[in-house]
Design a protein around this ligand. Structure first.
Ligand code: NAP
Length: 277
């Protein structure tokens, strides 16, 4: 692509940011759709200055990653209902100088699960009570799933369940609760600690759908255990791609090339591509 003076700029801001797969995913998507644009990573430690820079330079769309997802909110002009309910922004749309915040993580998780199952009425256990768990739990609950939260620190699960009007239970009660869908929304199993399981593998039943939102490694210990027990599995790259696809569509108004984006992520995660994953 020819980069010209009017080529739109997109970015991910985070601290750290070098590990982000978003530039690979979004640049491939822009190219696949023949859209002008370049997507870069900005390592941001001074968030107010970065937001002022986004305004001043007219950066068209921004992905927001840790640790800025919550603290960015008061720096933006508008926040939609999803971002407000989750209390976190993962996407900024620069709409002719007005910075609008939204959050596509929950929609991404829902679409990832939709590749294998309809969540309506399904008993869905979410492991974790952090930012990702909050986004996923809210989206699934709104889509009609019967959601319960299970977390290492039970008090956090209880507090989040109260806010979102969901069930919660101690981790020891997971098997008894009888999940049909199990989602890991904790970092357990993520590189480099790739031997850790967020739950005892004995809770896995062949009828379950098991999704991990950790995507590095692509097959986490939980997903490997679930596959061995005959469960249907959904890897974390699906959520990553679908949350990115929702961003792409907000920024460009063009349908995202989801298969191309997934291919870009899978290639970047393959061991041959080195530490950038
Ligand atoms: P967070 O806000 O820090 O929350 C982490 C949660 O995991 C907390 O509930 C915490 O429990 C639990 N946890 C952490 N370490 C644990 C351990 N050793 N054993 C048991 N529970 C543990 O993090 P987050 O932003 O929600 O992100 C969670 C994961 O999701 C990260 O790995 C992130 O990369 C991934 N993610 C993936 C996508 C995607 O698109 N695929 C999108 C967003 C996030 P306590 O309350 O007990 O501390």
């Amino acid at each position: 692509m020819l980069i010209q003076a009017h080529t739109p700029v997109y970015a991910v801001i985070g601290d750290p940011v070098a590990h982000s797969l978003s530039p690979i995913m979004h640049n491939r998507a822009l190219a696949a759709r023949g859209l002008p644009g370049v997507y870069v990573g900005f390592h941001v430690t001074d968030l107010p200055a970065a937001i002022a820079g986004i305004r001043a330079l007219g950066v068209r769309g921004v992905s927001v990653t840790l640790p800025h997802k919550v603290v960015v909110i008061p720096l933006l002009d508008e926040i939609d209902e999803t971002a407000r309910a989750i209390g976190a922004v993962n996407t900024i749309v620069n709409d002719a100088g007005v910075l609008k915040g939204t959050n596509t993580d929950g929609a991404g998780a829902l679409k990832a699960l939709a590749t294998v199952t309809d969540v309506t009425g399904r008993r869905t256990a979410i492991l974790g009570a952090g930012g990702a768990a909050r986004a996923v739990a809210r989206a699934l609950s709104k889509a009609g799933a019967k959601v319960a939260l299970f977390n290492r620190t039970a008090a956090r699960a209880a507090a989040l369940a109260r806010q979102l009007d969901l069930e919660w239970a101690p981790l020891t009660n997971l098997a008894q609760w009888g999940p049909e869908i199990l989602i890991n929304a904790t970092p357990v199993g993520m590189m480099p600690d790739t031997a850790a399981l967020p739950v005892n593998a004995d809770v896995l039943d062949p009828t379950m759908v098991v999704m991990d939102i950790v995507y590095s490694p692509l097959e986490t210990p939980l997903l490997a255990a679930a596959r061995l027990r005959g469960c249907t599995t959904v890897d974390g790259a699906h959520m990553l791609v679908f949350q990115g696809a929702a961003q792409f569509e907000r920024w460009t108004g063009v349908a995202a090339p989801v298969a191309v984006m997934r291919q870009a992520v899978i290639e970047a995660l393959s061991p041959a591509s080195g530490p950038s994953s």
